[in-house]
Design a protein around this ligand. Structure first.
Ligand SMILES: [Zn+2]
Length: 220
C-alpha cells in the first residue's frame, strides 16, 4: 500500500455527533463505533496528541506499532495507513491528514525519560504515561498500567536519518491541521494531550486539541 500524503476531509464539523476540546496536559477517552469517523485537530499547532487504541470488545487486542509499520513497510503514519492491532485486526484507517506525518516510534513521554533526556530534577513533572495510567484507571473498564502499550504521537515529527538515527524535530503541524480516521471496528481511543514542557518541538507550550466524531456519512 502507498502513503498518499496530504488529504482533506469532506466532513463538516457542524455535522459531528460529538465535539470536545481536550485541554493541554489532559487525557481523553472515548469509544468510536465501526464506520464512524474520528478527527483530532491540532488547534494551535505542533501539539503532540499521544494516542492508544484498543479493540473495544477485547481490550487485550490493542494498537501495535510493530504490526502497523510492518504491514505498510513505512515508519510514518499518514493518509492510507491502516492502524493494526496486536491480534492482526485493522482498528482504523487514516482517511484524511492535513499535517502529513505522525510518529509511532518515539513512545510516550514519561517521568523517567524526562530525567534522562532533560534533567534529573524534571522527574516530578507530569508526563503522558501518567495521563494514560490515570485514563486507564478512570475508564472503569478494569484497565491499568499493564494496558499502556505502544502509542501514536499524532502531529509529532520524529524522522529517522539514513544512518537509522531517531531524531525529534520541530513539528510540521500548524494551527487547525488535523488527522481523521475511519473506525473499521468498535474502538476505544485514549489520548494523552501531551503536557511536555521540556521539548522545543511544541515551543515549551502545550496547547489544546479538539476531538470530533461523525456517524458514517452515506456519501463517503
Ligand atoms: Zn508527552
Amino acid at each position: 500500500m502507498s502513503i498518499l500524503g496530504l488529504t482533506e476531509s469532506k466532513l463538516n464539523p457542524t455535522d459531528a455527533i460529538y465535539r470536545r476540546i481536550v485541554p493541554a496536559g489532559e487525557p481523553w477517552t472515548g469509544e468510536i463505533r465501526r464506520g464512524q469517523y474520528f478527527r483530532i485537530v491540532d488547534l494551535h499547532g505542533n501539539q503532540a496528541a499521544d494516542t492508544l487504541f484498543y479493540n473495544a470488545r477485547n481490550l487485550q487486542d490493542r494498537y501495535s506499532a510493530q504490526d502497523t509499520i510492518r504491514a505498510q513497510a513505512n515508519i510514518y503514519l499518514s493518509t492510507g495507513t491502516q492502524l493494526r492491532s496486536s491480534e492482526g485486526n485493522i482498528l482504523l484507517t487514516i482517511v484524511a491528514d492535513t499535517c502529513g506525518r505522525h510518529d509511532t516510534l518515539g513512545g510516550a513521554c514519561a517521568t523517567e525519560s524526562n530525567q534522562v533526556r532533560y534533567e534529573i530534577r524534571k522527574g516530578y513533572m507530569h508526563a503522558c504515561r501518567q495521563s494514560f495510567v490515570k485514563a486507564a484507571i478512570d475508564s472503569g473498564l478494569g484497565m491499568g498500567k499493564r494496558d499502556i502499550a505502544s502509542n501514536i504521537n499524532f502531529f509529532m515529527n520524529v524522522p529517522v536519518t539514513p544512518e537509522g538515527k531517531l531524531t525529534f524535530e520541530d513539528g510540521l503541524s500548524a494551527p487547525g491541521k488535523y488527522v481523521e480516521m475511519r473506525a473499521e471496528m468498535d474502538v476505544l481511543a485514549m489520548i494523552s494531550n501531551c503536557p511536555q514542557l521540556n521539548n522545543p518541538c511544541n515551543a515549551y507550550d502545550p496547547t489544546p486539541v479538539e476531538v470530533l466524531i461523525w456517524e458514517a456519512p452515506p456519501h463517503v
